[in-house]
Structures are given as structure tokens and as C-alpha cells.
Design a protein around this ligand. Structure first.
Ligand SMILES: Cc1ncc(COP(=O)(O)O)c(C=O)c1O
Length: 392
């Protein structure tokens, strides 16, 4: 097999054939948006799923993107303008833009070196130096946030916790207090094109987010103005078709992760992986290259020459982008140097991770990572084999 190119991400969405019955239902209903029957069906199936995965009563509402989910959840929290919102500098821009859009003041902090997450311990340290009114921990690269610890943080401090779990549908557990948002963007594990979700334990809160997603209308009257952030029936059609494939998608992603772990394991302490207690399947795969120094851009170019597409996620970190440079930074020690964020952004490399990969491709990627300068021959398959069939 000759490998021409290995894309970084390939969305795994339903085929036209799988979509057709749902599209026919839209045609029959002649209802295209504004909380139509397919959106309602998708939401009630999600409630069933979350109830299976977690203990407790959950309320949820779909919206048109993960960014809207963050924005509307923040709006519904009703925090007075200009109050501080703590977030990690090691995240996607949407976490910060949502805060800015709601008139709040973002404050960047650092992440923990092994999990790459803003943890409750970091938030508590920051709190000793500076007051804030809401915290937005991120489930970075789909690694779940410790929701029970965040529930405790909220209970003890009275500060609301809004977990940005954009990439963590299927891996982020729900708790008893935290509000959690997800993204259904095409490249996310549960991709539908564009879409988002807000989940909470309070029916009133979710009702408010739902109203805000339709400009804020409540029986024709607007008390708090919102936006147009409704999920259309077409996106709900993709979502319902995708739910039927979900079991198969997670099975395959799990297998691909097992293969990667095996091949990456051969690199010993040349690399580190993101660590959390439950070893979830990542949404996107970033590895930390230890002792890479300033040679990472060189490696990216060498891999590109071999047809391997990579991405340096969160490089530069959010706090270094011109749009966000004036935002205040508070490290856990009270200083303004976000050392872990800086180090991660200099040494992380995102590798291809999607359901179109097979063992030979993963072997190829990892061999070129190890011997990027002199590896010219196509690698031999290694002793342990993980056959993947198209039905896995
Ligand atoms: C951490 C994080 N938050 C929010 C978002 C925004 O989600 P969406 O693209 O659905 O608006 C993303 C998207 O990649 C993300 O990675």
C-alpha cells in the first residue's frame, strides 16, 4: 500500500441513504425550524442517552453551535456586565469570544501539566488572588473535566461553573450543579455539520436558554434579549441519523485509539500523552514532544513531505493572539506567566485521528515521527496486530 496523504481530520457523518428517511419526514411535516418535531425527537433521545450514562435528572436544549451554547448559557446565568470570567488560555477562541460577547471580562489562567486542564485546584488558587464571578473549565481535546470536583467547587464558593465540553460528547460525565455545553461541529466525535447543546439540572435554566435561542421571546414578549440560535430541522435530521451510527463510531474510535497507544508506546519518554484518570478516547489527538526545543516547525514540514497532515492546536495560545493580548492573566501563583500553557503550545503536535485510519497508516505516522529525518522506507507492520474491519 502506498500512502499519498493522511488528512488530519475526516468527518464521519451519515450517508445520503441514511439521511433520506429523515429528510422525507421534514418534507412530510413541512416544518423546517423553530423547535420542530425532529429537534424535539433528537432532544428526547439525548435525554434518554444522558440518563443511561449518568445518574440524575437532566434538562437540555439544542442550539445552532457550540459557541452559541456557551454564549446563551452565560447570558442565562445573568451575570452583571464587566464581571470577571475565568478561563484557560489553553483553549479554542470560542471560549473567550463567548465571554466577550456577553459583556463579561475574560481572565486567562493556566492549566495543569499532566491533564492539560484548568482544574478546580487551579481555580481555588486563583481565587485567593482575585475574585471572579463564573469559571469556564474546558474539556480540552475531549478529555473530561472532573465534574464532581467542580460541583463541590460551586457548592463551596457559590461561583457558577460552566464546563465547555465542546469536544467531549460521550466522554464528559454530567454532575449535579455544573452547566455543560457541547458542540456537534462536523469534526467533533458526534458531528452533524453545525450544532450545539446545553445541559443542566435546572428545568428553569434550560427553559431560559431555549427562549434566548429564539431572540428571547416568551409568549411574544422579550424580557431578556437573546439571539437566533435554533437548531434547524435539517440539522436535527442529520443528528437523528447520526445517533443510529453512534455506537459504531465510538467502537471504531476506541479501536483506533488502542492502536495509536500501542505505536506511541514505542516512543517511550520521547513523548507524553494527556493524562486523566479514566483514559477516554480523545476527540483530537495531540502528543507532547519532550525535548523538541525549537524544532517542531521543522518536524511539521518533514511530516507534511511524507503526506502526514498535522496541526499545532493552541499555538500560539489564546493569550498571544492580537485580539486577546490585552486580557488579564493570573497564574495559580498570582503572577502573570502562564508557564504550562506556554510549554504545551510550544511542544504539542496534533496527529491524524479519525475513523478512516487503519493500522498501516498509524504505523506509518508513528514511524515517521520517530525517524523523521532518515526514515525513507515504508515501515513493516509490527508484531502485534489490531485488525480493523470497516464494520468495527
Ligand atoms: C473548546 C471549544 N469550545 C467551543 C468550540 C465552538 O464550537 P462550535 O464550532 O460548535 O461553535 C470549540 C470548537 O472547536 C471548541 O474546541
Amino acid at each position: 500500500m502506498v500512502i499519498d496523504s493522511i488528512p488530519l481530520l475526516i468527518p464521519d457523518l451519515p450517508s445520503t441513504k441514511q439521511l433520506l428517511p429523515w429528510l422525507q419526514r421534514i418534507e412530510h411535516n413541512k416544518w423546517y425550524t423553530n423547535f420542530g418535531p425532529l429537534v424535539q425527537e433528537f432532544e428526547s433521545k439525548l435525554v434518554q442517552l444522558f440518563t443511561q450514562w449518568n445518574h440524575g435528572n437532566y434538562y437540555l436544549t439544542t442550539v445552532s453551535s457550540g459557541t452559541d451554547a456557551l454564549e446563551l448559557a452565560l447570558l442565562a446565568l445573568n451575570i452583571p456586565e464587566k464581571r470577571r470570567a475565568l478561563l484557560p488560555a489553553f483553549t479554542f477562541p470560542a471560549t473567550a469570544t463567548a465571554i466577550k460577547q456577553c459583556g463579561l471580562q475574560p481572565v486567562f489562567t493556566d492549566v495543569e501539566p499532566s491533564s492539560w486542564l484548568l482544574t478546580p485546584a487551579i481555580a481555588r488558587q486563583v481565587l485567593k488572588k482575585m475574585a471572579f464571578d463564573v469559571v469556564l473549565p474546558v474539556a480540552t481535546f475531549g478529555y473530561p473535566q472532573p465534574v464532581d470536583e467542580w460541583d463541590k467547587f460551586q457548592e463551596e464558593t457559590g461561583i457558577p461553573v460552566l464546563i465547555d465540553a465542546a469536544a467531549a460528547f460521550g466522554t464528559q460525565p454530567l454532575g449535579e450543579r455544573c452547566i455543560i455545553t457541547f458542540s456537534f461541529h462536523a469534526t467533533k466525535p458526534f458531528g452533524i455539520g453545525e450544532g450545539g447543546l446545553v445541559v443542566a439540572n435546572s428545568a428553569d435554566f434550560i427553559h431560559q436558554v431555549n427562549k434566548l435561542s429564539n431572540f428571547g421571546f416568551d409568549c411574544g414578549i422579550i424580557s431578556q434579549s437573546g439571539s437566533n440560535a435554533k437548531l434547524s430541522e435539517y440539522h436535527a435530521a442529520v443528528a437523528l441519523a447520526q445517533l443510529e451510527r453512534w455506537h459504531q463510531i465510538i467502537k471504531r474510535r476506541k479501536k483506533i485509539w488502542e492502536i495509536y497507544r500501542h505505536y506511541l508506546g514505542a516512543m517511550g519518554n520521547k513523548i507524553s500523552l494527556q493524562e486523566t484518570p479514566d483514559d477516554p478516547v480523545p476527540a483530537t489527538l495531540s502528543i507532547k514532544l519532550n525535548d523538541i526545543g525549537n524544532n517542531l516547525s521543522q518536524l511539521v514540514k518533514q511530516l507534511a513531505k511524507k503526506g502526514i497532515q498535522t496541526r499545532r492546536w493552541y499555538y500560539p495560545p489564546l493569550s498571544e493572539h492580537p485580539a486577546f493580548r490585552d486580557i488579564q492573566r493570573v497564574a495559580p501563583d498570582g503572577g502573570d506567566c502562564l508557564g504550562v500553557t506556554k510549554e504545551l503550545s510550544m511542544s504539542l503536535l496534533g496527529l491524524p485521528f479519525h475513523t478512516d485510519l487503519n493500522e498501516e497508516m498509524i504505523d506509518y505516522i508513528c514511524c515517521h515521527l520517530l525517524y523523521s529525518k532518515n526514515h525513507s522506507q515504508f515501515p513493516m507492520a509490527s508484531e502485534q496486530s489490531f485488525p480493523i474491519t470497516q464494520n468495527d
